[in-house]
Design a protein around this ligand. Sequence first.
Ligand code: PRP
Length: 182
Amino acid sequence: MSELDADIDDVVVPAELIKAKTADLAKQIDADYGDREPLLVGVLKGAVMFMSDLARALERPSTMEFMAVSSYGSSTTSSGVVRILKDLDRDIAGQHVLIVEDIIDSGLTLSWLLKNLAARQPASIEVVALLRKPDAVKVHVPVKYVGFDIPNEFVVGYGLDYAERYRDLPYIGRLKPEVYSS
Ligand code: PRP
């Protein structure tokens, strides 16, 4: 029990389901990549929890890089104008890049990121996202691995924040509206 639980209306994806789905996705990725070693590119900060659990669920070795981007807009929606806050530490040319995202909402961040990383000539580039919202279908982004499609509600936990808090919750939950309207 965390004191943050009191701010959650209901659980959208419980911790055990996140764990089981992560294991499933890891199995698919292991099978698809064969002896190709994926370079996991995590998008800070939301993807940190999923990335660390996914890397440990993969049977095959992988390497990690992180990128931080910021989209202009309000705290609960994104505008599609993306700025790099932290770039990758190394060249990804010839690497099998697997972008790891916690959530695809409008899809704008990912669509920008795919173009940006594809221009660096990786051998391949794919996306794994734990969560996807219905709006994501409006911007076409090819996402090979998706954990859960969730309703268009404001959710927090397991990496997702509201005002930088709630990332440490082990599950995904719907925040009580009074928390963000106050
Ligand atoms: C979130 C999330 C994705 C992006 C998805 O990041 O981690 O990167 O928004 O939204 P989109 O599909 O509408 O573009 P955020 O900018 O909130 O940063 P954070 O991960 O540091 O919380």
